[in-house]
Write a protein of this length. Sequence first.
Length: 613
Amino acid sequence: MAITFRRRTLSRLAYIAGIALIIRWLFFSSPPKVTERQVQIKEHNFIERATRQDKSLNVQRLPFLQARMGRDERKDIFSDLVSDGVKDYWERFQLPYIGNKDTAPMDAQHVLGAIDQLLSLNGWVAALCPTLTRPFNQHKRENAYNDLIREDHLYYVAIIIHSADHFLVDQLAVIVQMAKRLGTNNLFVSMLDYDSRDSTETLTDLCEAVLTLLGVPFRIRRVPGMTEDPSAAYYPLEEAYMRNLALEPLQELQQKRKIKFSRVIWLKGFTCPNDILETIKISFANEAAMVCGMDWAEHNGFFIFSDRWRTRDIDGDQFRQSKSSSKPDAVPPRDRLGAQRYAQHLPFQVYCCESGTHVVDPAQSYYKGIHYRAGTDFQNISRGETLPLRDPDAACLDSSQAWFCRDLWLRSARDAMEEMDRANGEIPNRRQQHRREVIEVAAHDPFMIGREEVKVKLAGGAVEEVNDKGINERKDQKKKDEDANAGSDYDAMPAEEGGEEVPPPAIGRLSIPNSVFRPARILVNPRCPTTYAGVSHTQLARDLFGDGDDDSVGDTGKYVLEDWEGAPESFVCQEQRQTGGRKATKTQRRLGFSIHEELQRQQREEQQQQQQS
Ligand SMILES: *[C@@H]1O[C@H](CO)[C@@H](O)[C@H](O)[C@H]1NC(C)=O
């Protein structure tokens, strides 16, 4: 099956690459004649889509909104062949008919037809999405997202491509579908190609052509790797670097043009457009800082949850590598409430997530100065460095997303304190007194005391569903099929090295409990599966959501979480202490997390910075 699949993928990619080359030649090559042609096409205004009144992202008025940076201009063996063929086609069959305004609508039809044909090729699922099982019959209601669409928000779509060309066409199809629904002038697409060595280059040409024709603003950028030798890289640092680069247009548009986006959508793997729209809806309804989907990878004919590197439940524990068909006592989230809500297909609160496609509120993060970062005191093996001595409670050298989550928790806590300070009119004594009162109340909160017990019980009594045989088979398969590596779990620690062991929670309460502080609103939406090549989407949908009807929970219950918990007092830290690219060795420990102490540390650092400058 894997072989047929790969063959199909290859021929598909070859076909797409052919079309992309033609489009590239038509639009982007440098001879003056071509530029002329481009102008001709633009003048006829090929694709005049009905867009809304908001002109802030109007590419006709602001041409810089469609930018390509760092294109690879090197000639390859096909360059001449393709350019001769395309030139012939253009001059004999296209140019004679495009010369006057009357034919413009026909030309537009022609191009639109070509785009549709191109995107229908993506065999995986885009076309299949409306037929897949979803809870609450969400997908069957045509008008389910009309409210959202009417609100006319601006969305920023970010994609990072790191030698993963096999997703790109599907992702493009998703963007086109979203642009059709949300309006082409309400999206900005930022694609960052980080040192890809596959056909990403050609496929980004294709993306550029399609987005140009549709009038969707974009920046497509290619950057070289951070280190010449990929194995000398420190992956969390690369992650942070790529993500911050992909967000550069977001910051620029805000600083220079005062254009603010309502949500940032990080597309990873493949996610159905309706599921993304629903995740956006959940994000707004909860005023959430981040809402993630769930990442499922195929393995041996069934599907497993696949993001244990970055996802932690609200107790700070790792998600289980559960099957999509897992029993209620072995679902991915280990915490009681999360597991319960997962089983009901309702959004649940987590400490951290990424898990495929996720939606971030920039007002609670990027616009507040939070950027992606990573630990820096790692060991550079290429330099022959020895492992630096680190404190037992030194900061966790984990993924840049884990750092991002911690920053969200701290930001949220700080915001609440600053608001309180403002409300109290900056009177220092009253301020301190107020904070003390809040802390005292929390210390006697029976819920806080109860929670500790629940945590211990779960850690001892959890049942694992994935057996060793499956894991070994999965490992073998990884070697055979590159696509199988595509899930986020590619970055996680293998189970046989202890990746499945959850270190027990530390004993000893924090002097100032985390529950005193305003929680970060980070949610997982189990109704938004992200998948990869080779997954049978119909089967996955049936495993996850069954065929029967869901209990009716009403619109509010479906979307809104009523109670928000504070941060866990410790979390499972899975860290890369060494360079060595994505698959560098990882170790695992449990690390305390005290918002109070972290805030104090932040304050000290800020004071030091102020003194230095
Ligand atoms: C590790 O050291 C090598 C050799 O000096 C260097 O090229 C590379 O950039 C270093 N890696 C990181 C992540 O700093």
